[in-house]
Design a binder for this molecule. Structure first.
Ligand code: ASP
Ligand code: MG
Length: 468
C-alpha cells in the first residue's frame, strides 16, 4: 500500500532518534544534519528524551514518595540545567529561544507541583507518574523543532498527546490503533503537508479521557512504528548509538558485528529476548503493513545498519545462526501435580496468578504432570506467588537464571544445528534447562545459570557465527 502522502510520488518516512542520539548539543547538530539529508522523503521525526532524563524523572518520583527533598531538588536542578544549557548552545533566534525558555520554565513548574503532590498527599497515581515521565519528551521534541527552524528547515511539530491514545492497564500499555490512525490522518497529515518535516515526541500520549499516559520504558520506538503504520509510511528508521542489530551483546563479544538484513520474525525474537536496540512491540505495526525497518547509528550515519524486512532472499544472507540474545534476572518455576494430567484449567489458573502479579511469562514447557515457566523477577513478590501456586501442586523456584535465544530463520532447514548447539554446551559442561524450539524453528531457547552467560555466548558466537 502506498503512503497517504504519496499522491505526488513523494516518499514519506518515519525517523526515530533515541536518547543517546540527542544527549547534548553536539548530538542535536548531528541529528539535524541527518534529518536534512532526508528532507526529500518528508520525514516524521520521533524523538526520545535526552539520555538519562526519563531515569531522573522516575528517580524524582521515588524520592518524592520517600520524602527525600534534597535529592529531588538536586534532580530538578539537573533537569533544568541540562535543557537550558542546550537551548543556550543551540538556539540563536531570539523568538524561538524565548519560547523554549518559557516552555522549560512551565514544565519545571509543573514537575515541582506534581512532585509536591506525590510527596505531601502521598499520591503516586498512574496519571501523575505518566505526567512526570512525559516531561522529558515534551522538552526534547520542542527543542529539536526549534533547532530545526533555527537552521532554516521548515519544520513543524505535533503534540503526541493529541495523537497517541493509550490505555494503561496493570502496569502495561495498550495503544488504541484505530484512534491513533484517525488522529494521525486528521491532525498529522495537514501539518506534514505544510512543512518539510514534522517532529513528534516519542513515548508519550493520553488516555481516551485525556489523562497523561505513556507507552512504557523505551517506548519511543513503538510511537514511531505506530505512526509509520498509521500513515502507511515507506520506511521506518530507528536511530541510536549502535551500528544496527548485532550478532551478540558487544559487552561480552567486542567483535560482534551488525547484521545486514534480517526478517521481522528474527528481529521480533531478538528484541523479545533482550537485544536492546529495538522495543519488541515496535515490530508488530511495521510487520502488519510490511514496512521495512532500518536500525541505524547516528554517530556513523553513512553506514547501512540493519535492514529488517518480511522475507529474506536467499542471496541476501548465508548464515544459519544470526544472533544470540539473552535476558537476565529470570526465575524458573517448576510445578508438579498429577492434576495437570487431567485438567488444563489448572494451567489457566497458574497463568492468572502470574498475570495478576504483573509477571510476563517468557518460555514454558509442559509434560504430563510437570509445568515449567520462566518469569522476570526483579521485585520480591516471589514468596506470595509461590504460596498462591502451591494451591495447585508442588512448586519450586530457581532464581538467578538467564534465558538465551539463539536466532536464525535458516535453522528450520537445518535441524541438526540446534542439536549441535546443545551438544557443544554439553561438551563444555554447561547445564541447560527448559530447552524449547518453537514450531516455526526460528530460534532455540534455553535456560542457564547466570554465572554461565559469558562462557555460553562466547562459545556459541565462536562456533556458530564467527566460523562462518
Ligand atoms: N524516554 C523514554 C525512556 O527512556 C522512552 C524512550 O527513550 O524510548 O524509557
Ligand atoms: Mg531511552
Amino acid at each position: 500500500m502506498k503512503a497517504l502522502l504519496n499522491k505526488n510520488g513523494i516518499l514519506m518516512i518515519v525517523m526515530k532518534f533515541g536518547g543517546t542520539s540527542v544527549k547534548d548539543a553536539e548530538a542535536f547538530k548531528n541529528v539535524t544534519g541527518i534529518i536534512k539529508s532526508r528532507l526529500n522523503k518528508k520525514p516524521l521525526v520521533v524523538v526520545s528524551a535526552l539520555a538519562g532524563i526519563t531515569n531522573l524523572l522516575i528517580e524524582s518520583l521515588n524520592d518524592a514518595a520517600a520524602h527525600n527533598i534534597e535529592k529531588i531538588n538536586h534532580n530538578i536542578d539537573e533537569i533544568k540545567n541540562r535543557h537550558s544549557e542546550l537551548i543556550d548552545e543551540l538556539i540563536i533566534d531570539g523568538e524561538i529561544k524565548t519560547h523554549l525558555l518559557e516552555l522549560l520554565a512551565e514544565e519545571i513548574d509543573k514537575l515541582i507541583t506534581l512532585l509536591n503532590a506525590a510527596r505531601t498527599i502521598k499520591l503516586k497515581s498512574g496519571a501523575l507518574s505518566h505526567a512526570v515521565m512525559s516531561i522529558g519528551e515534551i522538552l526534547s521534541s520542542n527543542i529539536l523543532n526549534g533547532f530545526l527552524q533555527t537552521v532554516k528547515v521548515n519544520s513543524g511539530i505535533i503534540d503526541a498527546r493529541e495523537v497517541i491514545v493509550i490505555e494503561n492497564k496493570r502496569g502495561d500499555s495498550f495503544p488504541d490503533i484505530d484512534a491513533i490512525k484517525e488522529n494521525a490522518v486528521a491532525k498529522l497529515i495537514p501539518i506534514l503537508n505544510e512543512h518539510e518535516c514534522v517532529v513528534c515526541a516519542g513515548f508519550i500520549g493520553s488516555t481516551k479521557e485525556g489523562e497523561p499516559a505513556t507507552l512504557g520504558r523505551n517506548g519511543s520506538d513503538y510511537t514511531a512504528s505506530l505512526l509509520c503504520s498509521a500513515l502507511n509510511g515507506d520506511e521506518l528508521e530507528i536511530w541510536s548509538d549502535v551500528d544496527g542489530i548485532l550478532t551478540a551483546d558487544p559487552t561480552i563479544i567486542p567483535a560482534a558485528s551488525p547484521l545486514k538484513v534480517m526478517s521481522f520474525n528474527e528481529a521480533c525474537e531478538l528484541a523479545y529476548f533482550g537485544a536492546r536496540v529495538l522495543h519488541p512491540a515496535a515490530i508488530q505495526p511495521a510487520l502488519e503493513k510490511n514496512i521495512p525497518v532500518r536500525v541505524l547509528n547516528s554517530n556513523t550515519p553513512d553506514q547501512n545498519g540493519t535492514l529488517i524486512i518480511k522475507e529474506i532472499r536467499d542471496d541476501e544472507t548465508n548464515t544459519i545462526v544470526k544472533s544470540i540474545a539473552y535476558k537476565e534476572g529470570i526465575t524458573l518455576l517448576n510445578i508438579e501435580s498429577s492434576k495437570l494430567l487431567l485438567s488444563p484449567k489448572i494451567i489457566e489458573e497458574i497463568f492468572l496468578i502470574l498475570t495478576h502479579h504483573g509477571k510476563r511469562v517468557y518460555a514454558i514447557s509442559k509434560s504430563a504432570t510437570k509445568l515449567s515457566v520462566t518469569i522476570e523477577n526483579h521485585a520480591d513478590d516471589l514468596p506470595a506467588i509461590l504460596t498462591e501456586i502451591s494451591e495447585y501442586g508442588e512448586v519450586t523456584a530457581q532464581k538467578g537464571k538467564v534465558i538465551v535465544s539463539v536466532v536464525g530463520e535458516k535453522m528450520a532447514g537445518h535441524p541438526s544445528v540446534p542439536w549441535h548447539i546443545l551438544q557443544k554446551l554439553d561438551e563444555h559442561k554447561i547445564k541447560t534447562d527448559l530447552v524449547s524450539q518453537f514450531a516455526s524453528q526460528i530460534s532455540l531457547v534455553f535456560i542457564i545459570d547466570e554465572s554461565e552467560i559469558e562462557k555460553t555466548v562466547t562459545l556459541l558466537h565462536k562456533e556458530f557465527i564467527e566460523s562462518n
